[in-house]
Design a protein around this ligand. Structure first.
Ligand SMILES: [Zn+2]
Length: 483
């Protein structure tokens, strides 16, 4: 505002008109030199010195989470640990469902709901922040070992939208679980400890890659070429035997046990601060363990008893279309909410109670989105794109995919009353696309809005977020839960 006034004053001054002529002239309308969006400040500029300390402390916790939570399975494990430390208990009986109760509902160890029971009956609706905590990676095939040249390789299938070339020469860890016919579940993790070996997809040398150089961006590695080296010292002449000898020594498994395994190859690099001022967090899996961490922590840190029952819901398989019974398409959410309402209503409970509670509920579908890239600015439409550091974004896609305007207005109110900087994001038309889990909650007649914070290098092996955005997203979710 100040710059517009001073410029109009200069303009009048420059005309050199006599003072009398200026008096009779109607005041000029405010010059549209800037939109309100251009005048917005970075979250860093709005944060006090005390808040800056909080921002870094919160992000230290987030980085520690990213180190451990390399998949939905290990994220569930870590968040369950944090929830129990914050006083949450597994939901096992109706008697637990009392105002203020802090409950954990596990979704087959690959997802979870963190619930704080409100003072109002659940029939009046819930406040939900729904996220996904799976990330793009490589899955091991059921028969994962083969020999090529002088080495053994792991055979993989890509999961989620990855740019293949980013996975070449990237040290990777093997993480997940194997279930055996005698009923055991064995956790697998190789590559995250300093003393562990890693797995690497070998790229071709520039000395011999002339036949490969005409490959296009996405086919620098073909899908069936996304295989890392698994071993190189033969055992009695067999490299397969070497891989199995090591796997058996570590986990007591045999080759057929891979068939009942969920093993992912994920980037092994640890998260790190990015930039000399440490303002950014770099690390694998931020889409979307960022929103997942914020949502879970907002539920865990909630003080007192909220009016409405609060749910942080971390789902699996979003990057594959939210499939499977641990993905957001599953009936798990409705079944769990139904169980909670039945606990409150006793024998009077009917299916209609669940349906009406869902209709009265509000959902923040939280997921990261891409921020304006400093190198590839042309892939965003700058006037409606999200900027790093400028706060959580309300996503507006058009074409019927937006939240209802009255709900968006309500959320704007929550943001403004909590003095949380925010922005909007609309992807450039025609350059790509994406989806979130919001659609599944809308299908159940819930009020849904898509929100997220911008990332750079989204879906890469080392994504980048702004620490102030992560912190402000957590603050927003806390305010949404507490209202
Ligand atoms: Zn996502």
């Amino acid at each position: 505002m100040r710059s517009i006034l001073s410029l109009s004053f200069l303009a009048v001054f420059a005309t050199g008109l006599p003072a009398r002529a200026q008096e009779v002239k109607p005041p000029a309308p405010a010059s549209p030199l800037k939109t309100v969006w251009e005048g917005k400040k970075s979250g860093w500029e709005l944060a006090t010195a005390e808040q800056r300390k909080e921002i870094f402390t919160f992000n230290d916790g987030y980085k520690a989470f990213l180190k451990t939570a390399r998949s939905a399975y290990f994220s569930t494990r870590e968040m369950t640990r944090q929830a129990k430390a914050a006083g949450f208990v597994e939901f096992t009986s109706a008697a637990q469902v009392k105002p203020g109760a802090k409950l954990l509902v596990n979704s087959r160890d690959r997802g979870l709901m963190l619930v704080v029971v409100g003072s109002e009956p659940m029939a009046s609706g819930l406040r939900v922040v729904a996220t996904h905590h799976d990330s793009s990676h490589l899955d091991l095939k059921a028969r994962p070992i083969y020999v090529a040249g002088a080495v053994a390789m792991f055979n993989t299938v890509e999961y989620g939208g990855i740019k293949h070339y980013q996975y070449a020469n990237e040290p990777m860890a093997l993480v997940g679980r194997i279930d055996t016919t005698d009923g055991k579940t064995i956790d697998v993790s190789i590559g995250l400890d300093d003393s562990d070996p890693v797995f690497v997809i070998p790229d071709n040398a520039p000395h011999s890659d002339t036949p490969l150089r005409s490959r296009t961006y996405q086919n620098v590695l073909e899908s069936e070429e996304l295989d890392p080296v698994a071993a190189s010292i033969p055992t009695d002449g067999s490299l397969v035997a070497t891989v199995m000898k090591e796997m058996t020594a570590r986990y007591g498994i045999k080759e057929e046990d891979f068939v009942s395994g969920e093993l992912h190859l994920v980037p092994a690099r640890m998260p790190a601060d990015v930039g000399i001022d440490r303002g950014l967090t770099g690390g694998y899996g931020q889409d979307d363990r960022l929103s997942s961490y914020c949502a879970a922590r907002a539920a865990l840190d909630l003080k007192g008893t909220p009016k409405k029952t609060v749910v942080a819901y971390l789902t699996n398989h979003e990057e594959a279309g939210s499939v499977n019974n641990t993905g957001a398409r599953s009936e798990f959410f409705n079944n769990s909410v139904g169980r909670l309402i039945a606990a409150q209503k006793g024998k009077d409970y009917s299916d209609l109670d669940l349906r009406l509670a869902l209709r009265a509920s509000e959902v923040i579908s939280a997921d990261t989105n891409d921020g304006i890239n400093p190198l590839f600015g042309s892939t965003s439409e700058a006037t409606n794109a999200a900027k790093m550091g400028f706060g959580p974004a309300i996503k507006r896609y058009g074409r019927g995919f937006d939240g209802n305007s009255e709900f968006i207005a309500r959320i704007r109110g929550v943001l403004d009353r909590s003095s949380i900087p925010w922005q909007t994001q609309t992807p450039k038309v025609g350059v790509g696309g994406g989806g979130t889990i919001g659609q599944f909650f809308s299908d159940w007649d819930m009020e849904v809005i898509d929100m997220g914070v911008p990332l750079l290098s989204m879906h890469s092996t080392f994504e980048i977020s702004s620490k102030v955005d992560t912190w402000n997203f957590y603050r927003f979710m806390s305010a949404f839960f507490a209202q």
